[in-house]
Design a protein around this ligand. Structure first.
Ligand code: ADP
Length: 473
């Protein structure tokens, strides 16, 4: 289903949406391509002419109505997320709350877009800076947070006065459709928000080459992000990129080991390890590594794997067979490089169910020769590396091309600050495995991306500064 200029559109071409826990078809939906994307961009441009002139209060009112409608449909939305993404229902519910949170936050911020006046260099001049919306924004979102990634982009865009064309991930379009249902019901003016579902490359090419798109905002892999960046150069678009990560988590020997184990459980196995801030490398001080490994394996082996709709499930399926294959290959590779499997280590079969499950796995003795040391895992695999000294571990933690999130466990506050300053990452959690909140800037450095989402920083990404000098005597 496409949503263009305030109308739901059916097409001849269809796509199945599959439940990764059961391999069943959840729904068959219409898709569109280059033509539909172009049309959506044209309509978004027309709508921008009037949407940009609305007051912050007006935009706030619209967004608050979307919030009200999403709260009404929250349970249904969580069920849809679990069906198309696989994550346990409790996690889906917190995603819905987060998604609504972004809309609520930016409904408030829409009223607080301030400019500046500047001191002039001569008495008869008056200088000011006003903030203006960027224009038509093309948003591309991933499947791992199919609802909250949509609102984290669209809410600040609308608050700023931009109009939007969204392309959600083909694996999880139903969450996006539900948000657009709310936009429709809230009575957003025609063309302000548009939804195009279909072949990624075709839609992406139109988005990046069309001069009417003034901003591209993307969350996904570094590989695709680089292509979009390259293709956006010709028309010099404003860009936000939330790309891959390979988060280190360092446990010093002065840390509270149980707290650090809990931290790994949360930052590694949530969403089956399929988040870009998931811990990928656990660096544990050599003298506590055995104890840490034992405790982590003990807790990990108690996690319940299964269909996210069932009660008490901790870890759902991976998104598809390719994801499962990648995890299998990484574990196999770790074994051939002397990795010791403390628990898990194989696919997880459920009788009569054709899902993409993998056992939560702890690998002791991890080393830099393993693929898992540099390649993003996106699965429930916890490799434990050991280290001797602070400088050494910082250098190893900073190794590689990614720079999204990093974690550190220590009870020494001085060490916590030192390490935090040295880590080349956009997000750092000290004794905190879950640092993400709506008011904070989410984003990476190095090849993890550019630009921030969340809080006041997220709004700036959709605004331009216009400098005005008035000569008036
Ligand atoms: P992942 O490997 O996590 O699926 P991707 O970067 O492939 O990450 O996907 C993230 C989003 O980017 C999805 O919406 C996907 O459809 C989209 N995408 C993938 N390839 C392209 C492309 N060539 N142009 C535009 N969007 C793309």
């Amino acid at each position: 289903m496409l949503y263009i200029n305030g109308e739901w559109i059916e097409t001849e071409n269809k796509m199945d949406v599959i439940n990764p826990a059961t391999a069943e078809i959840i729904k068959t939906i219409s898709i569109g391509g280059q033509l539909e994307t172009k049309e959506a961009i044209t309509k978004a441009k027309e709508a921008f002419k009037t949407w940009k002139k609305t007051t912050g209060n007006d935009r706030s009112t619209y967004l608050k109505e979307v919030v009200r409608l999403m709260k009404e449909k929250a349970t249904k939305m969580a069920e849809i997320i679990t069906k198309e993404n696989g994550k346990p229902l409790a996690d889906a519910k917190s995603e819905v709350a987060g998604a609504i949170g972004y809309l609520e936050w930016y409904a408030e911020e829409a009223k607080r877009i301030y400019g500046d006046t500047l001191p002039a260099s001569q008495p008869d001049k008056h200088l000011m800076v006003i903030k203006e919306p960027v224009g038509v924004c093309a948003a591309i979102t991933p499947w791992n947070f199919p609802l909250s990634m949509v609102t984290r982009k669209i809410a600040p865009a609308l608050a700023a006065g931009c109009t939007v064309v969204l392309k959600p991930a083909p694996a999880t379009p139903l969450s996006a459709i539900m948000v657009f249902d709310c936009f429709h019901e809230a009575g957003l003016p025609k063309g302000v928000v548009n939804l195009v579902i279909g072949p990624a490359e075709e839609i992406g090419n139109e988005m990046t080459s069309n001069p009417n798109v003034r901003k591209v905002t993307f969350t996904g892999s570094t590989k695709v992000g680089k292509m979009l960046l390259r293709d956006s150069v010709a028309t010099v678009k404003k860009i936000s990129m939330e790309l891959g990560g390979h988060a280190p988590l360092i446990v010093f020997d002065d840390a509270d080991i149980d707290q650090a184990v809990e931290g790994v459980m949360m930052s590694k196995f949530k969403n089956s390890g399929q988040t870009c801030i998931s811990t990928n490398r656990i660096y544990v001080a050599e003298n506590i590594a055995d104890e840490f490994g034992e405790k982590l394996a003990e807790k990990t082996s108690r996690l319940r794997v299964g269909n996210g709709t069932e009660n008490g499930i901790d870890v759902g399926p991976l998104i598809n067979k390719d994801a499962l294959k990648k995890v299998e290959e990484q574990v196999q590779d770790a074994k051939t490089h002397n990795g010791k499997i403390l628990c898990g280590g194989k696919t997880f079969e459920i009788d009569n169910v054709n899902g993409c499950f993998y056992e939560p796995t702890v690998i002791q003795n991890a080393n830099e020769n393993m693929r898992i040391a540099t390649e993003e895992t996106f699965g429930p695999i916890a490799p434990i590396f050991t280290f001797k000294g602070e400088e050494e571990v910082i250098e190893r933690a900073n190794h590689g091309t990614y720079g999204l999130a990093a974690y550190c466990y220590t009870k020494d506050i001085g060490r916590g600050f030192r390490v935090m300053r040295e880590l080349e990452y956009g997000i750092v959690g000290i004794n905190d495995p879950a640092p993400i909140v709506i008011q904070a800037p989410f984003g990476g450095v190095k090849e993890s991306g550019m630009g921030k989402e969340g809080g006041k920083y997220g709004l700036d990404e959709y605004l331009e500064e216009k400098y005005v000098s008035i000569h008036a005597t």
